[in-house]
Design a protein around this ligand. Structure first.
Ligand SMILES: Cc1cc2nc3c(=O)[nH]c(=O)nc-3n(C[C@H](O)[C@H](O)[C@H](O)COP(=O)(O)OP(=O)(O)OC[C@H]3O[C@@H](n4cnc5c(N)ncnc54)[C@H](O)[C@@H]3O)c2cc1C
Length: 381
């Protein structure tokens, strides 16, 4: 019996690796016609890296990415507000956190899937379930019959829409630009994930290689970010920030800057229906404020493969999916809701509220911050 995965993103590929290692036969259908070298990085936190260690991909990712030893929030002039030292957590879990080019991560994951059929240019239109199995209809007019289906097709998941009709995306009213640049910054920025919080906007950057930085800029908008930021001069918008921000933005070729709006999926109570189950963003898309969207998909991949193996998939697929959901849903819901709140806090506009927020961040007891962070790094399986 084959397990069919829709979507060859980080979640879909990691699931395929985990299932393959458990001895399952896997196939993947992906909408894009080729894997492009998207101009963005990603931070893989200690929970994701524990999973990759178990899957035997850890060393390669560490080698190809850049080590991150702290997460720092500052004001717009780079004055520290809050810092989390990741080294005690590294010691506990025996892994390191890494920031890496998304395309590099993709290539590493793909290289572990020899023998797995990955069908590109196969955009799913609908999924229907009947007593004869699962019918997948593609946009190109072709069909495919599946026995067990994992929907890893992202926040706008067609699989999710096909099996549940009342899910809701929430827009955070924040536009986001992302880029990768080669520029020389002070050595002290080489191992930190740094986020500068200003008034209604923020800027983050992290090294993904020597003198190569992945950065992101988020700004609040009112109604339509495409219209409101039609003629945006991003570096001008950040003139009130530390000059390093300007240096980073202006050193990035404009055509390599990606623009999106931030959204999440309002937490849903059920991820599966008969022999179809959602994984990653399709089940629990989050705003990126905790840097945990992909990490949660990666954690889910391992748990799902373990549940399917434990329940001897053929007889007990629904039980396996139910156990997967039971194990994972509390943590992903917490991540989604906490991230949503942090996003609002990071974009305060009122001067007094900003002063108060910054004061709280500067003086928050370290014990509390460490406790909240520790929970995220514990993996569920
Ligand atoms: C600005 C930003 C920064 C982020 N930073 C981080 C970070 O630092 N760390 C972190 O852990 N997470 C981060 N995330 C979140 C992370 O990118 C996502 O959570 C992660 O990519 C989800 O993986 P996925 O495989 O579930 O979905 P996706 O990455 O969305 O992959 C879905 C795949 O399915 C395919 N697909 C879609 N529709 C169809 C269809 N109809 N038929 C067939 N295929 C289809 C897509 O082409 C894609 O390949 C960030 C997100 C944003 C927006």
């Amino acid at each position: 019996m084959k397990i069919t995965i829709i979507g060859a993103g980080i979640g879909g590929l990691t699931t395929a690796i985990a299932l393959k290692q458990k001895g399952f036969d896997v196939e993947i259908f992906e909408a894009t016609s080729e894997f492009k070298k998207a101009g963005a990085g990603i931070n893989l936190a200690l929970n994701a890296m524990q999973v990759y260690k178990r899957l035997g991909v850890y060393e390669e990712i560490v080698e190809a990415g850049s080590y991150t030893s702290s997460m720092n929030i500052t004001d717009e002039k780079l004055n520290p507000l809050s810092a989390i030292d990741l080294r005690p957590f590294e010691k506990k879990h025996n892994v390191k956190s890494v920031a890496i080019h998304r395309a590099t991560l993709h290539q590493i994951l793909l290289s572990k899937l020899s023998g797995v059929s990955i069908h590109l240019n196969k955009k799913v239109k609908t999924v229907t379930q009947s007593k004869n199995g699962i019918e997948i209809e593609f946009e190109d007019g072709t069909n495919h019959q599946a026995e067990i289906l994992i929907g890893a097709d992202g926040i706008h998941s067609v699989v999710r829409k096909s099996i549940f009709n009342n899910t809701k995306l929430r827009t955070a009213k924040q536009a986001c630009w992302r880029g990768i640049t080669k520029t020389h910054l002070s050595k002290k920025y080489q191992t930190g994930l740094n986020e500068l919080w200003g008034k209604g906007k923020r800027f983050g950057f992290v090294a993904i290689a020597d003198d190569t930085y992945y950065w992101y800029a988020l700004v609040t908008y009112k109604k339509d970010y495409k219209e409101e930021f039609k003629n945006i001069n991003l570096s001008k918008l950040y003139l009130d920030f530390h000059p390093l921000v300007n240096q980073t933005i202006t050193s990035t070729p404009k055509e390599n800057i990606l623009a999106n709006e931030m959204a999440d999926l309002k937490p849903i109570a059920t991820w599966h229906n008969k022999n179809v189950c959602l994984l990653g963003d399709s089940a629990h898309a989050t705003t990126p404020n905790l840097g945990q969207g992909a990490c949660q998909a990666i954690e889910g991949a391992l748990v799902l493969a373990n549940c399917l193996a434990k329940h001897k998939v053929i007889e007990n697929t629904e039980n396996a999916f139910q156990e997967f959901q039971n194990i994972r849903i509390e943590k992903t819901t917490k991540v989604v809701n906490t991230s949503w709140r942090i996003g609002k806090m990071a974009h305060l506009e009122n001067r007094f509220s900003i002063l108060l927020r910054n004061f709280i961040l500067r003086t928050a007891p370290k014990k509390i911050v460490i406790k909240q962070t520790a929970h995220i790094f514990e993996i569920d399986n």
